[in-house]
Ligand binder design. Structure first.
Ligand code: NAD
Ligand code: UGA
Length: 423
């Protein structure tokens, strides 16, 4: 078993630290955020992530997991250091590597001989090789090991990943990193570092492209009298297409797809590769938020002064993460056009920009001119429709996740508009 330092205790860092300690390694997890580190030391996990709090508690109890403020301890006297710091979108669309660079500079004088520095943050192709000079130590290797976990499934995805990808110009260091995942049984792919880095962007951007495709297809369905659910069901039967990522929605969001699509486009621009497919993937997603707003306007009749209740605010169900949530993008556009917004989300209890957050679907339905379903929380499919209908001023629902039972909702007297179905 190894001694591991994890830098950054966010979604990825905390999951990495807790799961490596579960696999038997000894882990020191560092963050610059003092309040976060203190809370984690008491076993308080802020994120809504199934199984994570239990793993953190187990790690703290066993003594195999510790949280520290500042990176010194997590860099020294360990065999591996995992960098899990943010790589947000910079002003020109490229990934901002400030945090990665800062940690590598700190590592230069801190890490023990033979230590392997592992970049788990999502970084553009070529970064790992380029930044090795910031460390400038011939006895220390820098390796790429991108992370593929999904929020809401982080622990399961980490402990039972579909693949472990490690990129390095030094075969031995790559093999040592692969060895850390021995307990997961996952197939490992060892590549050069640029290829490993690109696997990450290639995967996220491909999934985003699939979603933009299906969202455009839904728009087409509405015009030609087809039903997107039937069309995607037919597509799913072809295993070359695959069955996942074919649900239309208000647009794809979250902390990674928007930033990673822009970053890959920026990489392509830098090396003079035209990538119109990626540009269209992003453009289609921007269009989708405007299209949802137009659907709401058409269904309600007007937006200025309309009282709208939003069901769901997070970027998808199963997470409390609001970063780059399409629900909030739609809300901002609705508010710009004069709509007055309330919202309910099982994981959100504070107001979000123009959305006054209330504590139940009933509360947002009261005197509303319309409801808009923006996140696919399963509980929204089970609401008491007659009760909601009685509370509303107008019985209109726009369901951007195609989640609601058409028969029950229309029986209660609602006019229901869904994506990809002829009105
Ligand atoms: P996050 O914002 O949740 O967490 C990052 C943490 O790093 C924060 O707690 C922050 O305080 C800390 N931090 C920032 N600078 C630091 C420094 N210099 N030293 C120590 N700690 C520092 O971010 P995240 O969602 O965990 O993402 C981290 C990276 O992983 C990004 O590159 C992201 O693209 C990638 N990624 C994220 C996901 C995901 O689902 N969130 C999945 C795969 C990959
Ligand atoms: C995504 C990837 O799935 C992970 O593999 C990756 O590690 C991660 O990004 C990352 O790099 O951060 P995540 O952001 O948690 O994970 O969310 P997804 O479940 O992929 O959903 C992304 C967006 O697509 C959400 O807004 C979701 O609502 C939307 N979506 C997804 C649809 O609209 N329809 C679908 O059929 C699937």
């Amino acid at each position: 078993m190894s001694r591991i330092g994890v830098i950054g205790a966010g979604y990825v860092g905390l999951t990495t630290a807790a799961c490596f300690s579960r696999l038997g390694h000894t882990v020191v997890c560092a963050d610059v955020d003092e309040a976060k580190v203190s809370a984690l030391g008491r076993g308080e996990v802020g994120a809504h992530e199934p199984g994570l709090a239990e793993l953190v508690a187990e790690g703290l109890r066993s003594g195999r997991l510790r949280f520290v403020r500042g990176n010194a301890e997590a860099l020294s006297e360990v065999d591996f250091v995992f960098l899990c710091v943010p790589t947000p979108t910079g002003p020109d669309g490229a990934a901002d590597l400030t945090a990665v660079h800062a940690v590598l500079r700190e590592a230069r004088d801190a890490v023990s001989p033979g230590c392997v520095l592992v970049i788990k943050s999502t970084v553009p192709a070529g970064t790992t090789e380029r930044v090795a000079s910031l460390v400038g130590r011939s006895d220390v290797r820098v390796v790429s090991n991108p992370e593929f976990l999904r929020e809401g499934h982080a622990v399961d995805d980490f402990l039972r990943p579909q693949r472990v990808v490690v990129g390095s110009e030094a075969e031995d260091a790559a093999r040592r990193v692969v060895g850390l995942y021995a307990g997961t049984g996952a197939p490992a792919l060892v590549t050069g570092s640029a290829s490993a880095e690109l696997v990450k962007y290639a995967s996220n951007c491909f999934l985003a492209m699939k979603l933009s495709y299906v969202n455009s297809l839904a728009e087409l369905c509405e015009r030609v009298g087809a039903d997107i659910s039937d069309v995607t069901e037919g597509m799913r039967l072809d295993d070359r297409i695959g069955s996942a990522f074919l649900e239309p929605g208000p647009g794809w969001g979250g902390s990674c797809f928007p930033k990673d699509t822009r970053a890959l486009l920026s990489t392509a621009d830098e090396v003079n590769v035209d990538f119109p497919l990626l540009r269209a993937t992003i453009g289609t997603n921007t269009h989708q938020a405007h299209r949802v707003v137009a659907m709401v306007r058409d269904a309600v009749g007007h937006l200025a002064g309309a009282r709208l209740g939003l069901l769901g605010l997070t970027f998808k169900a199963g997470t409390d993460d609001l970063r780059d949530s399409p629900a909030l993008a739609v809300a901002a556009l609705l508010a710009e056009q004069g709509a007055r917004l309330t919202g309910y989300d099982p994981c959100v209890d504070t107001d979000c920009g123009p959305v006054r957050v209330l504590d139940s679907p009933d509360a947002v339905a009261r005197d509303a001119d319309g409801l808009v379903v923006l996140t696919e929380w399963p509980e929204f499919a089970e609401l008491d429709w007659p009760n909601l209908a009685a509370a509303m001023r107008r019985r209109v629902i726009v369901d951007t996740r195609n989640l609601l039972p058409l028969d029950k909702v229309t029986e209660a007297g609602f006019h229901l508009v869904s994506l990809g179905r002829a009105a």
